[in-house]
Design a protein around this ligand. Structure first.
Ligand code: B12
Length: 207
């Protein structure tokens, strides 16, 4: 694997060296999407499966997440360089009760790379906060992330609150347990499977 060292930095919780390893990979001319998909994301998937199998526990997941974030920070400027400009303001957050933000941060990076201005509301965001931020910033799109089956109802509640408010915004949803069917069921305007999918969707919304 071309990006094995990046992969192993995460699965080995190598916070001290991950940034340097990713920088070396960039210097070698390795494609930034390979570093992202085959290195950082693939390693995180591996950590996730091992957690499911009871081989790893929450502290290890947290450490791997920190290492992944440090790796992402290095490629962020490159991701920002590599896309066509589009315009629009997007408010994004992880829904109430949910503390996962790696996927959200990745989606935000890609959206910024696509030329969108992204307002980050962080994690554990209550529905009213999305409404307030959409009004304050004049957002065209609201992006909701959920990583837990137990917080999917909070996503549904947030969509309902936004719709009730009658704002002129499109709502996109995503996150590992979220499906296109679920997105339709809760009345979201779009579903994206991954970060590049979020960019395509956002472009459709603002065009
Ligand atoms: C890292 C991690 C953590 C870290 C989070 C750190 C952080 N800063 O985010 C910590 C340790 C804190 C954590 C805690 C918990 N976690 Co956790 N965690 C994970 C893990 C290993 C990786 C998640 C991740 O970052 N993936 C990488 C990113 C890049 O992927 P992603 O988030 O899916 O995002 C991509 C897409 O989904 C999409 N996307 C995401 N959001 C959006 C939004 C839009 C609009 C769009 C279009 C697309 C999109 O694009 C992204 C990039 O392509 C997963 C397992 C896994 N492999 O998914 C479990 C997992 C999500 N966690 C799980 C659990 C159970 C928990 C805890 C309840 C554990 C506990 N007992 O305490 C707590 C809950 C805390 C809380 N209230 O939120 C379960 C959820 C099970 C379920 N069915 O609900 C999982 C699946 C692990 C498992 N197999 O059991 N976790």
């Amino acid at each position: 694997m071309a990006v094995l060292e990046v992969y192993e930095a995460i699965t080995g919780y190598n916070l001290a060296s991950v940034a340097e390893i990713v920088r070396q990979e960039l210097d070698k001319g390795t494609d930034v999407s390979a570093i992202l998909n085959e290195g950082l994301i693939a390693a995180m998937d591996d950590v996730g499966s091992r957690f499911s199998e009871g081989e790893l526990f929450v502290p290890e997941m947290l450490m791997a997440a920190k290492v992944m974030q440090a790796g992402l920070d290095v490629i962020k400027p490159r991701l920002l360089e590599t896309d066509i400009r589009a315009k629009g303001i997007i408010v994004m957050g992880t829904v109430q009760g949910d503390l996962h933000d790696i996927g959200k941060n990745l989606v935000m990076m890609m959206l910024e790379g696509g030329g969108f201005e992204v307002i980050d509301l962080g994690v554990d965001v209550e529905p009213r906060k999305f409404v307030a931020a959409a009004k304050e910033h004049g957002a065209q799109v609201i992006a909701l992330s959920a990583l837990l089956t137990t917080t999917m109802p909070a996503m549904e509640g947030t969509v309902a609150t936004l719709k009730k408010e009658g704002l002129d915004v499109k709502i996109m949803v995503g996150g590992a347990p979220v499906t296109r069917n679920y997105a339709n069921k809760i009345g979201a305007d779009g579903y994206g499977e991954d970060a590049p999918g979020a960019v395509l969707l956002a472009r459709e919304f603002v065009d």
